[in-house]
Design a binder for this molecule. Sequence first.
Ligand code: PHE
Length: 339
Amino acid sequence: MLKQIEEHIIEVEKFEADSIESAEHFRIKYLGKKGVLNDLFLAFKNVPNEEKKAFGQALNKLKIKAQEKVDALQKHFGDKEDQGNRKIDLTMSAEPLRLGTRHPLSIVKNDIIEIFSRLGFTISEGPEIEDDWHNFSALNLPEEHPARDMQDTFFIQRNPDTLLRTHTSSVQVRFMEKNDAPIRTISPGRVFRNEAISARAHCIFHQIEGLYIDENVSFADLKQTLLHFAQEFFGKETKIRLRPSYFPFTEPSAEVDISCNICKGKGCNICKYSGWVEILGCGMVDPNVLDNCGIDSKKYSGFAFGMGIERITMLKYQVKDLRLFFENDIRFLEQFKHA
Ligand code: PHE
C-alpha cells in the first residue's frame, strides 16, 4: 500500500492539465469525496500499528502535493478564464468629469461688471497692500481725521504708512493719478477691515467701486446710473431710494436703498419690515479729491459709488450668513450654478 501511495505522488507531481475539464477531473480524482485521498484515509484505519507512521507520513505528503497541484491548476485556469471573460468596451464613454462651479461672489462680481461695462466703464485694479496716501490722505482723510475711525484699519506694524486697503477707493485714486478725465471705471477687489467676524461682517470682504468724471456731471447722472444698475441686477420693478449720508471723499453723499426684492416692499425680516434694503454708498466726488489726484476740479466733476459684493450676493441669493462665502463648503458652493 505504501508503494501505491508513492505511485500516486509521482502521478500528482507529473500531472499536467491541458484543459479546465482535465484539471477538474484531477481535483475530483484526488480530493473529491470518493477520491483517492479519502479512500486511503479510510484504509489507514486498518493499517497495522507498526506501519502507521510511514503510511501516515506518505499519505500526508500525497495530500499536500495534491492540494498544491489543484491550487496551481485553479490559479492557472482561473486567470486565463478571467482574461477571456473580461470584456473591455472601448466605445464606452468615460466617467463624466464633475465640473466645478463659480463661487457666488465671482458670479455676482461678473454680473455687476457686465452691467457697468455696457455703460462704458472699464475695469481697474490696484494693490491690496496700500500706502496711507492712496487709502486715506488723497481721499480727503488727512491724518488725525476722525472719519479714519470709520474704517478699522490693519496697519503694518513696522511701517505705519503701509496698510491693508480698507476700500477700493484707493484704486480710483491711482486711476485718476494716471489717467485724464473723462473717466469711467469700476474697481472690484478684496478689502480688509479689523472687524469681529460674524454673520454680517468679516475682516476680509469684496467691493466694487465706481468712478465717473467728466464735464458737467450731476447728481442726476449718479442717480440714474444707480437706478439702471439696480433694475438690471435686481429686476425691472426695483425702485431706489437715496438717503443723505457722509463720506469724506464725496459731497454731497448718500446711501442707496433698493425696494426689498424678497417681499416686494410688503415687509419681511430681510428688510426689517421697512420694505427697503441698503446696497451702497455714493456721492459727488469732493473737489479736493479731484485736485489731490491731478484733475482740474474747476473743469470736471464726477460721482463715485461703492458696494460690498458680499452684501449684494446675500440679497440676491438670500444668504443669511456671510461666513458661508469663506468656508467653501462644496454643498453650499454647488448651489450657485449660473443660468
Ligand atoms: N469707500 C466707501 C466705503 O468703503 C464707499 C463709497 C465709495 C462711498 C464711493 C461713496 C463713494 O465705505
